[in-house]
Structures are given as C-alpha cells and as structure tokens.
Design a binder for this molecule. Structure first.
Ligand code: SF4
Length: 303
C-alpha cells in the first residue's frame, strides 16, 4: 500500500523551542512497548532519569512535572531524550505527532493536524492542498470498502481550490454538491452543540458561543478559511464507510470552519497570525477530544 499526503506535508518540521504551544506541555505521553524496552536497555546517567520518569500505569506514561511539563523538556524547550540519545529513542507518540493516518482504497492517507502550531501555519497558508505526494510504500494490501468516498471528496477539494470561483460561490457550490442543508448549521442548533462540549480551557466556551453561521471574514482571510475547510474535509471524509458517515464528516468539517470564522469576526481579527491562533485553539478543543468529535458527528448523523 502506498502512503500519500497533501504536498504541504513535506514542509512540516517541528519548531521545538520556538513553539509557543508545545505539545510537550500539558499532555501525558503514553509510551509504546518497543520504546519501553529500548529505555530499559539504555546506559548512562540520563537513562536512569528516563526510567525514573515513567509512571507504571496502563499504558505507562511520562509523569509530568508540577508545572505540567514533560520531564524531558529542558529549559530551552528542547527534548533531552533527543539531545542525549537522538530522535530514534523517541516513543511513537512523540515521533508521530502531529501526523494522522487514514486507510483508504487509494492507500494510506497521511496528514498533519491543525492543533500543532507549525502544522496550522502551513495548512492555513498553503495553496497546494489539492496536490499529493507519495511518502512511501509497504506490503500491506489496500482495503476494498463498500463505499468509495474519495471521488466525492475530490469534487469538494476541487471546488475549494478553483481559482475562478469567488469565495461565496465556492461555499454555495460546496453545499449544493453534497446536499447538506445550510440550516443544519443554524446559530441556535450550533450554540446548543457548543454548550455541550467538554473544554480544556473553560474560557473558550464563551468565545465559541459567538458562533454565527453568516460570519464573513475579512477579504484577506477568505482563502485561508477555504484551506481550513479543505483540511477538515480531507481529514474526516475519507474514513466514511457509508453515506451517513459522509454527512457526519462534512457536518463536522463545516461546523469547525464556521466556528473559526465566527470567532475571527467576533474578535475583529484581520491578520493571518490571529486566524492561525484561533484555528489552532478550535482544533485543540475539538479534535483533541474524541468525545467532542463523536458528539458533533452524532449531531450531523441521519438518526
Ligand atoms: S506543537 Fe508542533 S511545533 Fe510545537 S512542539 Fe509539538 S510538534 Fe513541535
């Protein structure tokens, strides 16, 4: 099976000490079995530091410091496991973040998640989301699903990348092509969803309650918003196993995009940096929570 990704993927590189929202702060990192074995075999003073930092839970994880930081994050924002032993000794979660994988009938789709500040910057500023690159190949067979959602997704991505259609027309065509009723994103319904989400940072609920479907971002931010919508469609559409799944995926995509636009308008954001920070926050609150993703999808299901 081949592994492929949107072209912008090749430009991603963790910015480490320059990251203002490091994924090494606030998250307990679970350790996979192979990494655990490797840490057991290590020699040297820092090997003991690594072993002492592992909490024997199920699964085992690195215990955070009282400031909520990964114990291996040094004062310069660099990972001491890398500086002492190299990247090969990172556990799977640290190696993979912020990548995600979706198995499709064309092969394994790979992407980078919007919750990572650098990935977010690349997604929001890149026009090559409709071009794909091959990352590699393995011997695994390609799955053969009953439903093939990718041609429909291609159509949506094509609309969003079309340079001849203006922003408003793209969104009209988007709704027309997949047949979702714009009214299912009405303010009352969506604010009710927002009230029932779980939050990492409680203050975000108030910000999210600014949801307004008709929010029109400043002209300079229209294209970045189209790229954000393309990201959500790319990420969630391909795993659809039936038509109901497709509607749920698109419901989630539109809900997240409209939420970001609403906060941009409510907070009078006019620059790309402000948009990037709002998109990252929405992703962190929604995409980091399986519960939230499940809940929103359910709200857009047929039942
Ligand atoms: S959030 Fe992204 S850029 Fe920041 S430290 Fe993590 S992987 Fe690197």
């Amino acid at each position: 099976m081949i592994y492929f990704a949107p072209k912008y993927y090749e430009r991603f590189k963790c910015i480490a000490d320059k990251c203002k929202h490091s994924c090494c702060i606030g998250w307990e990192i679970d350790i996979d079995d192979d990494s655990l074995d490797a840490y057991d075999m290590l020699d040297g003073p820092y090997a003991d530091v690594i072993r002492y930092s592992i909490m024997e839970s199920e699964p085992p994880h690195f215990g955070l410091t009282k400031e909520g930081r990964c114990p291996h994050l040094d004062e310069n924002g660099l990972c001491k496991i890398i500086t002492e032993f190299g990247e090969d000794l990172l556990c799977d979660i640290c190696t993979e973040h912020p990548r995600y994988y979706n198995e499709t009938d064309r092969g394994m789709e790979v992407g980078i998640g919007l919750s990572c500040e650098e990935a977010c910057r690349i997604i929001v500023t890149s026009d090559d989301f409709n071009e794909y690159i091959i990352l590699g190949e393995d011997d695994e067979p390609i799955k053969e699903p009953d439903l093939q959602p990718l041609p429909a997704r291609d159509e949506i991505i094509e609309i969003l990348s079309d340079t001849k259609r203006d922003h408003r027309k793209k969104y009209e065509d988007f709704f027309y092509v997949y047949g979702e009723d714009p009214d299912s994103f009405n303010d009352k319904r969506c604010r009710n969803i927002i009230e029932n989400l779980e939050y990492l940072h409680e203050e975000n609920e108030e910000r999210f309650m600014n949801y307004s479907f008709d929010s029109e971002v400043p002209k300079d931010l229209e294209k970045p918003m189209e790229r954000i919508l393309a990201y959500f469609v790319y990420r969630y559409f391909s795993v659809s196993e039936d038509e109901g799944d497709m509607f749920e995926s698109l419901g989630l995509a539109v809900f997240c995009e409209r939420l970001i636009a609403s906060i941009v308008v409510a907070e009078k954001v006019t620059d790309i940096e402000g948009l990037i920070e709002i998109a990252r926050t929405v992703s962190e609150e929604i995409e980091y929570s399986e519960e939230n993703v499940r809940y929103i999808r359910k709200k857009y299901s047929y039942d």
